[in-house]
Every structure is written in C-alpha cells, then in structure tokens.
Design a binder for this molecule. Structure first.
Ligand code: GFB
Length: 309
C-alpha cells in the first residue's frame, strides 16, 4: 500500500476494524473508505456489488463479522453461520469482480480442532472435530479462509488470511451476555467495586487457558502483513503466551482494585480447554507483539471508565 492507496476497512466500527482505522490513520494513509452497517449491508450481495463497483477499493481489510463470546456463539449458531458466510462470500467475490489488489481476511484461533496439540501450528487446521460451543462460527470462518485460498489458486488473486487469538481493547463489546471473557470480567469487577458486592461470578471452572492479544497489536500486525506477507498459507497472530481464566480473573481483580471474592459458576461452559497459537511463522515475518497483558488490561480499563456508558 502507498499512503494514497484506496483502502476499504469493512467493519470499521468494531473492535478490530476501529483499531485498524487508528493504525492506518497514525501511519498517514489518507484514502480510507468506510460504510456503516446502516449505509451498506454486507450480507446483501447487490448492495455489496454496487459499493465495490462505485468505489473500486485497491486494498480490503475484511474485519466485518458477527462475533461474540462463548454464550453468544452457543445461543445463536444460525446467525453466526449465516451472517458470516454471507459477508465473506459477498466481499470476496466483489473484491475479485472489481479488481481489488489485495485482501486480508481475519479468521480466528477457534477454527482449529478442539483438542489440537499445543501450541497450535497453522497446519493443524481441519485435522479434527471442532469445539461445539463455537462450531457455527468456526465453520463460517473456515469457509471464508478456504474461499480466499481457492480464489488465489483459481484466479491468481492475492488474498491473505490470518488467525488472531482472543482479542481485547478499546471498543470491545462489554455486554455481559454476548461479550468475550476479558471485557466481561473488566465490567463485572468494576461494577462489583462500585456497588461494593461481596463476590464476582466467573463462568466455568476457571481452568481453561486462553491467549490474549491487544487489538492495537493485532492492527499493527495486519497493516504490516498487508505490506509484507503474500503467502497462500494462513498465519497465526498471537503472543505465544497463555493464562488460565482464574489467573485472568485475579489479574483483572487486582487492576480494578476490587477486594471481594471470586466465585466460579460451573453451570456455565468452559469451552475449549486450551488454544495457544504457535507464532513461530509470524515471528519469522519480522513481527512480534509489543503490548503485554497487564499493561493492555490497564489501558483498556482506563478506556472503559472514560468511554463505556
Ligand atoms: O471469551 P470467551 O467467551 O470465549 O470465554 P472462548 C473464554 C472462557 O472464559 C470460557 C470463561 O471458559 C468462559 O466460560 N468465562 C468466565 C467467561 N467468565 C466469563 C464471562 O463473564 N463471560 C464470558 N464470555 N466468558 C470464543 C468463541 O471462545 O472465542 C468465539 O466462542 C471466538 O468463536 C472467540 O473465537 C475468540 O475463548 O471460549
């Protein structure tokens, strides 16, 4: 990309898309195009085609998706499958039809088999059954990733695919029903502190392990990869380090300054026991994360206190 390239960030108001916007603007890219959900429904093929025909973007970051935490994934599988498959199909095909030079597709670490060897290498994709709580989302993301590869092999396009680990940061979803764990716990501990509650409820047993990457690091990585990575093979994006949900809860409790207890609600699902990404191929491209978990949670908590209503 050069600083005047026409770049379309699909999903620019979400956690990932808004971080990519911040990064591109910081780096001096001047020709970024966006549409709100109201202006353009990416599940609608005609609208998507019309938008690409009119704007003819050169580069596309495909960060528009229906996402959510374990409960949302488990409760709305039809929506997660349908919406994501429609968005991917429409954006990938329109990108091809209107000559996009390069597209970056965001997968997710949950698309790997549930009981993969750890850390998870890119080649473990499609080697075993998926985690049930997010099977629909995983199937949709696998379809999008594979479609990018099929377009590359059949039409010679340059569509790259990345697999980010669990993300967090500004503009995350803090709704307790549909959010991911880190955002949910920040809010729960914050509200428990204000309301002087005796305990905070954490879902599951606390034993699952998760890897967390600050979304500003993810944005830094995808802009770097758009400029430097041209392989057909997907690339994991993570820190290479994980912690248990219990350790995460204790860390957030400390950062928020809450003094009550933590209780585990074991009627709620744990999900996959562990999903730690192998980031050796990512490191070999010359990129490494910069924001460590404690400082990332601290700054996200500051953002939450100032911005979350
Ligand atoms: O972040 P999370 O919802 O998603 O949950 P996954 C991670 C772990 O945190 C699970 C536990 O073991 C949860 O039971 N947890 C504890 C909580 N307290 C809470 C809470 O208050 N809220 C939430 N949400 N979890 C998602 C996938 O899996 O990961 C998506 O469903 C996506 O498809 C995303 O890939 C990155 O890590 O289990």
């Amino acid at each position: 990309m050069n600083k005047h390239s026409k770049i379309y960030v699909a999903g620019h108001r979400g956690l990932v898309g808004s971080a990519i916007m911040r990064k591109l603007q910081q780096e001096g890219y001047t020709n970024i195009i966006t549409r709100t959900h109201k202006e353009l429904d990416l599940t609608n093929q005609a609208q998507t085609q019309e938008f690409f025909e009119k704007e003819k973007p050169e580069y596309v970051f495909l960060a528009a998706a229906k996402v959510g935490g374990i409960h949302a994934n488990d409760t709305y599988p039809a929506d997660f499958a349908y919406i994501n498959i429609m968005i991917e199909s429409n954006v990938i095909k329109a990108s091809y039809d209107y000559g996009v030079k390069k597209l970056l597709f965001l997968g997710s670490s949950c698309i790997y088999p549930k009981l993969c060897p750890q850390p998870i290498k890119e080649e473990y994709l499609l080697t075993g059954p998926l985690e049930k709580t997010n099977e629909a989302y995983a199937i949709a993301k696998i379809a999008g990733l594979k479609m990018c590869q099929y377009f590359n092999s059949q039409y010679g396009t340059n569509y790259i695919t990345v697999m980010p680990t669990n993300l967090y940061g500004p503009n995350d979803n803090f709704d307790l029903e549909t959010s991911h764990v880190l955002a949910a716990l920040l809010r729960k501990f914050h509200e428990a502190k204000i309301d002087k509650k005796q305990y905070v409820e954490v879902w599951g047993t606390g034993t699952p392990r998760r890897e967390f990457l600050h979304v500003d690091d993810l944005a830094d990585a995808v802009v770097y990869l758009m400029n430097n990575y041209n392989e057909n093979e997907p690339l994991n994006i993570g820190t290479g380090k994980d912690i248990t949900i219990k350790e995460l809860a204790e860390l957030i409790k400390e950062i928020v300054g809450y003094e009550g207890e933590i209780k585990f609600d074991t009627t709620k699902p744990d999900g996959t026991p562990r999903k730690l990404l192998d980031v050796s191929r990512l490191h070999a491209t010359g990129w490494k994360h910069k924001i460590e978990l404690r400082e990332g949670i601290q700054s996200t908590y500051e953002w939450f206190k100032e911005n979350w209503k």
